[in-house]
Design a protein around this ligand. Structure first.
Ligand SMILES: *Cc1c(COP(=O)(O)O)cnc(C)c1O
Length: 378
């Protein structure tokens, strides 16, 4: 079955008890136990809830994993995954990982002596050189934020296999529609479901899909033990959002391509970062490991003032953090997502004060371009 059909018919869309075509929101903390001598599937909602279960089975099916988990946020998902490691374990993480992931790795897990090495993962040699005897995993993000840098995922699979390492990826920017890391040989996929999976800027959630029963058991132990679970109402919102993932992404991605090409031709623009442009570094690699460039792009204006003016004058697009919603969102990383990063480090990573990130929504592209054109001219 192709992906669009699978979104609608994956075996988890009908309530077994009633036949309801929308999984009911089982807003219950506890469940009556029919027979104290017999195990029953649900006893307490931290351990398992029918609405959450439908979502967890759905993300496992969509990522071709063996088991899925729904957590309270993307960060709860990442924290849960990192919590399967122990003191003295080393994890290699790409240096342009999501800001929140960087923060918990550097400031939180370090307190428990989980050692995290940050590398420029776009270069395989860098990763190889970082592998030590206590290295247990590689944690990647491709395309990364906000410059859409591409990591060669298949080469990483080979490297990880050679050294017996777990491979983890934050697949938020691609969604399960455009990139299936478990099929490439990854072990764990993480999503901030707040973004494309929810799709409507109305829910915070995180999802994990894993390969193998042993790994699933380790993650379940953290989910149940640590307890950062997703509630039934939010699970339902994600189930609903998922059904339109393909049509939303198809439309948003098409507009993103048009917008990226238009920006490339604009005289006020210095550079455009989008994996759908043949000029984008890693274009061929991305094409070989994903089914599309997605709906997030970023660009640099020639003058800093143009960027500031654009952010003030842009009208149709919302000025906000976050991405993946039905509305176009523009953000100014220097003052928003990367404000807490020291300036020198930011500039080393190419996050300069003329950089703007765009998550393209479902508006008609003509209206969006008209708005951008006006905001760039000022
Ligand atoms: C937003 C985001 C996260 C964090 O997700 P939350 O749902 O906000 O906790 C993690 N990774 C990426 C790539 C993101 O964009």
């Amino acid at each position: 079955m192709k992906f669009g059909s699978k979104l609608i018919h994956n075996g988890n869309e009908i309530d077994e008890k009633t036949g309801a075509l929308s999984i009911p929101i089982y807003q219950a903390s506890t469940f009556h136990q029919q027979d104290i001598e017999k195990d029953q599937e649900f006893d307490y909602s931290r351990s398992g809830n029918p609405t959450r279960k439908a979502l967890e089975k759905t993300i496992a099916a969509l990522e071709n994993g063996d088991r899925g988990f729904a957590l309270a946020s993307g960060m709860a998902a990442t924290s849960t995954v990192l919590s399967i490691f122990s003191a003295k374990d080393n994890i290699i993480m790409c240096e342009d990982v999501y800001g929140g992931s960087y923060r918990i790795a550097a400031n939180f897990f370090s307190r428990f002596n989980v050692e995290i090495s940050f590398v420029d993962a776009t270069n395989q040699d860098n990763i190889r050189k970082c592998i030590k005897s206590n290295t247990k995993a590689i944690f990647l993000e491709s395309p990364s934020n906000p410059l859409l840098r591409i990591t060669d995922l298949k080469a990483c699979v080979k490297l990880a296999n050679d050294h017996n390492l777990l491979l983890i990826i934050d697949n938020t920017f691609m969604s399960p529609y455009l990139q299936k890391p478990l099929d490439l040989g990854f072990d764990i996929v993480i999503h901030s479901a707040t973004k494309f999976i929810g799709g409507h800027s109305d829910v915070i959630g995180g999802l994990v899909a894993v390969k193998g029963a042993e790994l699933a058991k380790r993650i379940y132990a953290v989910q149940n033990g640590f307890g950062a679970i997703l509630g039934p109402q939010d699970s339902w919102l994600l189930l609903r959002g998922l059904k339109t993932l393909k049509v939303r992404m198809d439309c948003q991605q098409k507009s993103a391509q048009i917008l990226a090409e238009w920006l490339l031709e604009n005289e006020k623009i210095e550079a455009v970062y989008y994996p759908g442009l043949t000029s984008h570094e890693g274009y061929e690699i991305h094409k070989s490991q994903a089914d599309g460039p997605g709906a997030v792009l970023s660009f640099k204006t020639k003058e800093k003032d143009t960027a500031i003016r654009f952010m003030k004058k842009v009208n149709l697009a919302a000025v906000a953090v976050s991405l993946g919603g039905v509305e176009t969102i523009v953000s100014y990383p220097v003052k928003m997502s990367h404000a807490s990063m020291p300036k020198t480090e930011r500039e080393r990573l190419g996050i300069t004060d003329n950089l703007i990130r765009v998550s393209v929504g479902l508006e008609d592209i003509e209206d969006l371009i008209e708005d951008f054109d006006r905001a760039l001219i000022g």
